[in-house]
Design a protein around this ligand. Structure first.
Ligand code: ZN
Length: 265
């Protein structure tokens, strides 16, 4: 199983990365997890524009799904004709939301390009992957995913505040891709505390990874206005295992004997 970080910028595209998008490959099958703003462009540095086999959308905040509208245009108006329909898994209401994003009246026309499947908590097969989804702690319906293949497991938090469900879903995973959108606010700073039930700090991401006893933690959904070194340091204070910041273009190979992951850029 190979993970390629396409976009890891939180909430909006940053100078060095599109918004959320991850490519997960096994046995030649290419699954996209989220397709946020700007990700469709960076994706083409790694695979062909039409080489996607299925897409999972964690939730319908724009920074996780808006390039689906652009991708509908590309698959529908390709010069050599429309591309085959692919499965798109998302929360209830995904088809209508994406049609609205592209322009009114396109709900029906989106279905030739995308076969929409409504996510519910539980486990399903997508290509060669066993995919388990569960609800996260975020203001809109949001799913985290655990993807398993060849005896390895990759967990992705999507967007979430503190969540026991995330710890359960990530239990023992080889790699947890966990959001760290917030920086801790020092008690004496006089600033407003981070709002609850929305996002995690680096410290909280590390706590979730430690409780789940994951093999490796990669922090993602990194917001451009944060000091990323400080967010990484927070996580290092609560998680003792291998730890890094996601970066657009980073590749992690899970499943090679003796190597949990091998980030390259
Ligand atoms: Zn969100």
């Amino acid at each position: 199983m190979r993970l390629t970080v396409i976009g890891c910028a939180g909430s909006f595209p940053g100078p060095d990365s599109p918004a959320s998008c991850y490519l997960v490959e096994a046995e030649g099958f290419r699954l996209l997890v989220d397709l946020g703003n700007g990700a469709l462009g960076a994706l083409q540095r790694h695979i062909g524009l039409f080489d996607v086999d299925a897409i999972c959308l964690s939730h319908l905040h724009g920074d996780h799904c808006l390039d689906m509208a652009a991708y509908w245009v590309a698959r529908t108006y390709a010069p050599d004709g429309p591309k085959p329909r692919i499965d798109v898994y998302g929360p209830a209401g995904t088809a209508g939301r994406l049609a609205d994003a592209q322009g009114h009246g396109l709900a029906r026309q989106m279905s030739p390009a995308f076969s929409f499947e409504t996510l519910t908590p539980g486990t399903r097969r997508i290509g060669p992957f066993q995919v388990t989804a569960d609800h996260m702690n975020h203001p809109v319906e949001t799913f985290a995913f655990r993807l398993e293949h060849g005896g390895r497991a990759l967990a992705y938090s999507a967007d979430t505040g503190e969540s026991a469900a995330l710890v359960r879903l990530a239990r023992g995973a080889d790699l947890l891709l966990c959001e760290a959108s917030f920086a801790e606010v020092p008690a004496d700073a006089g600033a407003a505390p981070n709002p609850p039930d929305l996002h995690l700090t680096g410290r909280q991401a590390g706590q979730h990874a430690a409780r789940a006893e994951v093999g490796e933690l990669v922090l993602t959904h990194l917001v451009a206005w944060n000091d990323q070194a400080a967010v990484l340091a927070e996580a290092a204070g609560t998680f003792g295992g291998p730890l890094s910041l996601a970066a657009s273009g980073a590749i992690f190979d899970l499943g090679r004997p003796g190597a949990a992951s091998q980030p390259t850029r």
